[in-house]
Design a protein around this ligand. Structure first.
Ligand code: ADP
Ligand code: MG
Length: 287
């Protein structure tokens, strides 16, 4: 009797472990599935002299997701953004956006296709008001000709009005509308970071790249930022690639996370998988 109970129990544990393994395999396939990627890099590498800043990076970001790119200082995260936006051309490998190769395009051509970014070191235009900073970014999609602008045609007037309304709506979402006439660079730090995001959104991107948007923010501002990033993703149907050092922000917002260490991708997974990944923990301990 007792033998058969034991046998049953052993069969059950065997069945359970097979099921757990199957579920795990299914989930990792889901995590690494590259179909439906709006942004894809294929063995992307860049060398600066002897340094390999990004080393054979495969990345596939799905339409509409918030994808985290993390890693210790100097891991190559900002360099990835510079590759994706055409600041650098990869030494090897390819980059595709919406199925088309973009790795040899100029930055303004990539921007026109709908890729917009913020900078780790804030780069607002000095001497411009908050609203002017945003309006300037808006103009990359302007349909006006020089003649429209010179003669202030009805089309010019209508476009100007629409763009202004759109910029003010964006400022309002980020709680910056009341500062519209103040100098952009005279805002407190947290608000300058938010203004950078507004400015990136004003180009009506499909893909938004955020480089350490929470840097220097206090915990309340960070909470707020998490909500705002989700809100703009939903509202504007964006795909977001987020580089961020603050783990609370990363874990609180990203749907999948990829980890770089010395330019090499060392892990890709769901937030809880990344949090518990020994390779990731080791990379960060040395940071
Ligand atoms: N233009 C460049 N010339 C030489 N080295 C560079 C250049 N840009 C970045 N690097 C180097 O590449 C590595 C990755 O830098 P970066 O992408 O800024 O890292 P992260 O953003 O992850 O902190 C660093 O060692 C950095 O010094
Ligand atoms: Mg960086």
């Amino acid at each position: 009797m007792s033998g058969s109970t034991e046998q049953n129990a052993s069969r059950r544990t065997q069945a359970e472990s097979i099921l757990t393994e199957a579920a795990h395999t299914a989930r990792s396939q889901e995590v690494t599935d590259t179909s439906g990627a709006v942004l894809r890099t294929d063995k992307c590498t860049i060398r600066f002299g002897g340094l390999i800043a990004v080393n054979s990076l495969d990345m596939a970001v799905r339409e509409g997701e918030i994808y985290g790119l993390i890693g210790p200082n100097g891991a190559g995260k900002t360099t990835v953004f510079n590759l994706l936006t055409g600041v650098y051309e990869p030494t090897e490998g390819e980059i595709y956006f919406q199925g088309k190769r973009i790795d040899s395009l100029r930055p303004h051509q990539i921007a026109r296709r709908g890729v917009s970014r913020t900078f780790q070191n804030i780069r607002l235009f000095p001497g411009m008001t908050v609203l002017e900073n945003v309006l300037t970014a808006c103009h990359i999609h302007s349909r006006q000709s020089l003649a429209d602008a010179v003669f202030r045609t009805p089309r010019f007037e209508r476009d100007e009005r629409e763009q202004r309304e759109f910029c003010l709506e964006l400022l309002k979402i980020f709680g910056l509308e009341r500062f519209q006439n103040e100098g952009g660079t005279s805002l407190p730090y947290g608000n300058q970071r938010r203004l950078e995001i507004v400015r990136a959104l004003a180009t009506r991107p499909k893909l938004l790249l955020l480089d350490e948007p929470a840097a220097g923010m206090n915990p309340a501002e960070q909470e707020d930022l998490i909500e705002l990033i989700r809100l703009v993703r939903d509202r504007f149907g964006l795909t977001i690639l987020l580089v961020e050092h603050n783990m609370k922000v990363v874990m609180g917002i990203c749907e999948r996370i990829q980890v770089l260490d010395y330019g090499k991708p060392i892990a890709l997974g769901l937030p809880e998988e990344i949090r518990n990944n020994p390779k990731v923990i080791e990379a960060y301990l040395g940071d």
